[in-house]
Design a protein around this ligand. Structure first.
Ligand code: GAL
Length: 830
């Protein structure tokens, strides 16, 4: 019969059959596949680091391999080195050239399947071989890629060997710490020859109301078989575990063909996705042949409508919603670039607690796990593609391969990310050098077009610099003078929303310059702070460095920066300045502060011995700096009264005391029970301050509303450091070899009072089925290894990260330090 039926007739015949059986679902057997479409492929890789780059960098029989599990970042295992070619940008940790190898076998049953390997990201310049066959290269360290292994595989007992060369030896190639190696997850993907293509679903919600939503599902089906196929595509929509809708479509597809099938579903009374209530639906896309399930692909999606309004700013589901965002680099502090889902989740939890509702993935495509978490936790994401285009910012960066790779990389990013409800803007670049000339406008239009061929449901923006004046080689911002050099990219028509970094003084001009284009502050602030360090007086502003082009010229001799909101980079502003403006004007859709967390590299205003940033609202260990509570008082419903600094000073020294508070109209301060007066925030103030001569004892603040006490806070003068206290973010974690417990060490005196300047060195021992995978204190000048078992505290605090083994059991962490009472904590692995 095969021979005599033409394609159309076959499809009609098939539809008739499906129609007959489709009435009762029994023809569609097997609700789950008997193989993993995407299996974790991270275990037991061999690794070899070729530290010295010789002419012959190939591996040989005698190569000594080390066994490890991915994701892995070899740079974070190294020591800080003032002479490292990565320089201050890379945090003085080195790159190099590394090899990864994995042996694996494929069961005979894999013979009629398609098998490929998917890398979520390898930094950088990776090349891959399977059983000696070269599969290809990928210079971009932040993009996913996939190779089809099928033609080269051995089945049954004969092993397969996958070999990956990672070349991050040419430095510098980044303005921040990149990490090196296979630092994101790797997957072994197995599908039937007829299957949903990679990132093959595109789910949009073109019509959304309270009563219903149209869900449009485009599915790209790939038939890699030599024969034409007739099949059925079923999409089932789940709300948690309840199936809410199902739709089926019979189709025929020729050999080697890729076909798009569109299905529309009407969802009744949809639960909308928002930052406050991030409701997710899940689509199961399934292919059946002769009633047998042969492929199943899952896509999370959200139903939401949004608009960037010229006057009202960002509207989410019809509600005005200010984007209170932060920029984040991808490193996870002491874990380096090696991604770990729990570590990302902890960062987001800390930020959510502060009131953050937005993340900018500066300045590259993020790990997919970050986007999944943003979907689940409710963050408004600006997904950024590039930090440079064809003009490089560092000698060996992506600019060198721009021409050949930018289209492929941008397409790969949009294809992968376009179902995430958390993404609202695509940023095609950050502070791109070409932005000032016609070439920037041209590239901008090209990139915007690439994005729009794959997704038109979001806005395209870029983090640009506002117009400038160049006079006698001195560069100044242009605020009102229209004669200044304009930003060509801003005026190019490439962008749906104008995004400027910094220069809040220019915001007022925006509606005049671009009356038809909405605005987002893509990057703000760049205030500098060391957690727990305070300089007086606190009400003078310092600009470090004084000029943006004369870096590393100002600062404290010990490379500290005051944690009062008083020191900023010349291009930036203090935290309060930026937020006051964004808060005041509705047309300003929101802001992405530089940065949520400190990151490794870019230790502005310093250079060596500083190796990590001072920009974070939260330090590198995950401990909030004081300004965190300013945002919490403004951005959350929590009742806040945060009093700082600590209360350990020289007798008689003049000390400034600040309080961030909300839900109250005044705060009264007491020193040793004596009132120092009541203060109120006036006009748009965001804190109150007292100036007090120090006297040891207890400082107490009471906030009141209409005379009734809202909250009380006390800080006591601490004695000498006497004991360690441990506190885990989670005392029970999963016994899955991946989960983490983040354990904080607080140094206390013998009465249990926190010792704010204690910098004792602490040693950690772990007993049981787990390991210590990171130590940090948040001190940007500390040169102890992040991967050691000893670390010096910074201003009373230190962090140790314990990773679970895979046996359900108890692990015990002990912290010791000479002269201090040790502490122990048990972590349960379930
Ligand atoms: C911005 C840049 C960021 C970071 C920041 C530091 O201009 O976009 O990547 O360098 O400055 O203030």
């Amino acid at each position: 019969m095969q021979l005599f039926l033409n394609r159309k007739f076959k499809l009609a015949f098939y539809i008739a059959c499906v129609g007959l059986f489709g009435a009762c679902n029994s023809s569609l057997k097997n609700e789950a596949l008997d193989f993993d479409r995407k299996a974790d492929f991270n275990d037991k890789w061999s690794f070899y680091l070729n530290d010295s780059i010789r002419d012959n960098d190939t591996i040989s029989e005698t190569t000594e391999w080390r066994t490890l599990n991915l994701p892995h970042d070899w740079s974070i295992e190294k020591l800080f080195d003032e002479n490292s070619p990565t320089g201050h940008g890379g945090g003085y940790l080195s790159g190099g050239l590394g090899w990864y190898k994995k042996e694996f076998s494929i069961d005979e049953s894999g013979k009629n399947k398609l098998i490929s390997i998917v890398f979520d990201g390898v930094y950088s310049n990776s090349q891959v071989w399977i059983n000696g066959h070269y599969l290809g290269k990928r210079p971009n360290g932040y993009i996913w890629f996939e190779y089809n292994l099928t033609p080269f595989l051995n089945y049954g007992k004969t092993k397969n060997v996958i070999l990956v060369k990672v070349d991050n030896s040419k430095q510098p190639n980044s303005r921040w710490y990149s990490g090196s190696g296979i630092y994101r997850n790797v997957w072994l993907k197995t599908t039937a020859k007829l299957h949903v293509d990679t990132w093959g679903t595109y789910i949009t919600t073109p019509k959304v109301s309270k009563d219903s939503a149209v869900v449009k599902i485009e599915t790209a089906v790939q038939n890699s078989d030599r024969q034409e196929k007739t099949a059925m595509l079923r999409t089932r929509i789940f709300d948690a575990n309840t199936m809410v809708k199902t739709v089926k479509e019979a189709f025929a597809i020729g050999a080697g063909q890729n076909q798009k099938i569109t299905q529309n579903i009407l969802l009744d009374a949809p639960k909308l996705w928002s930052d406050a209530h991030p409701h997710l639906y899940r689509a199961y896309t399934e292919i059946f042949v002769d009633g047998e399930l042969i492929d199943q692909y899952k896509t999370n999606f959200g139903v939401r409508s949004f608009k960037f309004d010229l006057d009202k700013g960002f509207m989410l589901n019809g509600k005005q919603t200010k984007i209170k965002g932060v920029c984040m680099h991808h490193d996870l502090g002491p874990l380096g670039a090696a991604i770990n889902t729990r570590a990302i989740e902890r960062q987001l939890e800390i930020l959510k607690e502060m009131g953050v509702n937005g993340i900018r993935t500066s300045h590259n495509p993020p790990a997919p796990e970050l986007l999944d978490l943003c979907d689940e936790m409710g963050f408004i994401v600006m997904d950024e593609a590039f930090d440079m285009w064809e003009r490089s910012k560092t000698k060996f960066d992506y600019g060198n391969v721009w021409e050949e790779w930018h289209k492929k990389d941008l397409e790969a990013q949009i294809l992968r990310d376009r179902n995430h409800p958390s993404i609202f803007m695509w940023s095609i670049g950050n502070e791109i050098p070409e932005q000032w000339n016609e070439r920037g406008a041209e590239i901008g239009r090209e990139l915007s077009k690439i994005v729009k061929t794959l997704d038109t449901t979001r806005l395209v923006t870029a983090g640009m610099n506002p117009p400038i004046h160049i006079k006698n080689k001195e560069v100044t911002l242009q605020f009102e003078d229209t004669a200044a050099e304009p930003n060509a990219l801003a005026g190019s028509g490439a962008l749906d929303i104008i995004g400027y970094n910094y220069a809040h003084q220019t915001y007022a001009q925006h509606q005049k310059n671009f009356p038809n284009t909405p605005f987002i502050a893509t990057e703000t602030t760049s205030t500098l702070q060391t957690r727990g360090h305070y300089d007086f007086p606190s009400d003078t502003t310092k600009i470090w460095p004084v000029r943006w082009d004369k870096v590393f010229t100002e600062g404290n001799p010990d490379n500290t920066v005051s944690a009062f909101d008083q020191v900023r980079a010349p291009w930036g502003s203090l935290h309060e300045t930026a937020w006051k403006i964004i808060k005041k004007h509705d047309y300003l859709s929101g802001m992405y502060i530089w940065t949520g967390f400190d990151y490794i590299g870019e230790p502005t205003p310093y250079t060596w011995p500083s190796r990590s940033s001072y920009f974070g609202i939260v330090d590198l260990a995950g401990f909030p700096k004081d300004v965190y509570y300013m945002y919490q008082s403004e951005w959350t419903d929590k009742t806040v009264l945060h009093l700082f600094p600590h209360w350990n000073w020289k007798e008689g020294q003049t000390v400034d005391i600040w309080a961030y508070y909300n839900h109250a109209d005044e705060v009264e301060l007491f020193l040793n029970e004596k009132s120092l007066g009541t203060k109120r925030k006036e006009a748009d103030d965001l804190h109150v301050m007292w100036r007090v001569p120090f006297e040891a004892g207890t400082l107490k603040a009471i906030s009141r509303k209409n005379g009734a006490v809202v909250m009380e806070k006390e800080i006591k003068t601490a004695g000498k450091a006497a004991q360690l206290k441990l506190h885990a973010d989670r005392n029970t974690i999963k016994a899955n070899g991946k989960d983490l417990s983040f354990i904080t060490v607080n140094i206390q005196d013998n009465k249990g009072i926190f010792v704010p300047k204690a910098n004792n060195k602490i040693s950690f021992q772990l007993g049981g089925d787990g390991k210590i995978v990171g130590v940090a204190s948040g001190d940007p000048t500390n040169h102890e290894s992040f991967k050691g078992t000893k670390h010096s505290a910074l201003n009373g605090k230190c962090l140790v990260i314990v990773q679970a083994g895979d046996k359900a059991s108890t692990v015990t962490l002990t912290a010791t330090s000479p002269g201090l009472k040790e502490a122990t904590i048990n972590i349960q692995l379930n």
